[in-house]
Design a binder for this molecule. Structure first.
Ligand SMILES: NC(=O)c1ccc[n+]([C@@H]2O[C@H](COP(=O)([O-])OP(=O)(O)OC[C@H]3O[C@@H](n4cnc5c(N)ncnc54)[C@H](O)[C@@H]3O)[C@@H](O)[C@H]2O)c1
Length: 351
């Protein structure tokens, strides 16, 4: 790492900035004074999310300006035009498809949007001389890790097309960075983002039945499903149920702020784990959610789900040292904030 002047103000392009993690990050960026340009095709997001971003940042002294474009990231010319016209200093690349099961059924969509979209974005950035990038990678690149906590040196193995797209993009980013030392790239390997903005005005808005534990559990609390299915209680973990590293989405958003401040000191491409470094079991998540809701959320133990791993959590120390950032919010806060969003917006942004 060399420490040149860091990006502390200017214009950030957020691809996928209307999505769950992108919208929360946009709030943090605007609040810190950056101008933000969102590029999103709204295939998995509502424009209302950006109205809410404006709402929660209104009145913050010194907040940056928000603009948005309905554009598919695979449209290289359109993205290049935005990068040049809006005077973009750095890009945070969230846009992509993220459902593992769907990626098995529709692999070509995943390779096209995730890999093809990233290549188009990189070409547009190269053409316009914008070579600072923060990329949304995932703990999925570690598969079933040999050692826990998992650090960035761990071998990467993936078992589904979604994970393979993240691994391929990381390799593309390394190759691009190696080809031209003007690139400065951070690939952030997120663990399990949950929670919502503390205002209750923004949160995850899954289309249909959510795949993830916290949103599903909260929908059980509202009566949309009868109980939570717990897939296996005979894993070699503290209570037999699967263990994951849940991170509050606002901590994750703050991690991106820190990454943009640090990216100017990065030489080439660096991958960093963003997690809390603590594992919570499925039963602990249901207990935290029950406490937040104020009633016991029913669950039933069912068979293990093929492909699930027993446990993973991260060693976040490299991110802490590199970014001067640490996830602070507890599982109880994650559940409280998630519940406030779910309770006040039972139909998400359509409420
Ligand atoms: N949520 C998680 O659990 C998690 C974990 C690890 C990594 N990630 C990664 O983080 C990123 C953001 O995840 P999220 O949870 O906010 O997902 P999300 O679906 O809420 O956000 C993705 C955004 O990208 C947009 N998008 C999709 N295809 C596009 C295209 N072709 N052109 C322009 N925009 C497009 C969607 O409309 C959406 O707003 C993704 O790359 C995801 O793979 C997410």
């Amino acid at each position: 790492m060399c420490h040149a002047a860091s990006v502390t103000s200017g214009t950030i392009l957020c691809t996928g900035g209307a999505g769950y993690i992108g919208s929360h990050t946009t709030v943090e960026l605007l609040s810190a004074g950056w101008d933000v340009v969102v590029v999103d095709d709204f295939s998995n997001a509502s424009p209302v999310a950006l109205d809410r971003v404006r709402e929660v940042t209104a009145g913050i002294a010194g907040a940056g300006r928000l603009s948005s474009h309905r554009v598919d990231i695979r449209d290289e010319d359109a993205v290049a035009e935005i990068l040049a016209d809006d005077g973009v200093d750095a890009v945070v690349h969230f846009a992509g498809l993220k459902a593992v099961g769907e990626s098995v059924a529709m692999p070509l969509n995943y390779y096209s949007v995730n890999v093809g979209g990233s290549v188009a974005l990189l070409r547009a950035m190269d053409r316009t001389g914008v070579r600072r990038l923060v990329f949304s990678s995932s703990c999925t690149v570690y598969g079933d890790p040999e050692r826990i906590p998992v650090d960035e040196q761990a071998e990467r193995h993936v078992s589904n097309p979604y994970g393979r797209t993240k691994l391929m993009i990381e390799d593309i980013l390394s190759d691009v960075a190696a080809s031209d030392d003007r690139w400065q790239i951070l690939a952030l390997r997120y663990f399990n983002p949950v929670g919502a903005h503390a205002s209750g005005r923004m949160g995850e808005d899954p289309d249909g039945i959510p795949n993830n534990l916290m949103p599903y559990t909260m929908q059980v609390a509202t009566g949309r499903h009868p109980f939570v299915r717990v897939f296996g209680d005979d894993y070699p973990t503290k209570d037999g149920t699967g263990v994951r590293d849940y991170i509050h989405v606002v901590d994750l958003a703050e991690g991106h702020l820190a990454a943009l401040r640090a990216v100017d000191g990065v030489k080439g491409m660096l991958a960093l784990n963003l997690g809390t470094g603590t594992g919570s079991s499925v039963l602990e998540v249901i207990a935290a959610a029950s406490k937040a809701v104020g009633q016991d959320i029913p669950y039933q133990i069912v068979d293990r789900r093929p492909g699930d791993i027993a446990a993973t959590w991260c060693d976040p120390s490299l991110a802490e040292r590199t970014l001067g950032w640490r996830a602070e919010r507890t599982l109880d806060q994650m559940a409280e904030d998630h519940w406030r969003w779910q309770r006040d917006n039972p139909a998400g942004y359509r409420s």
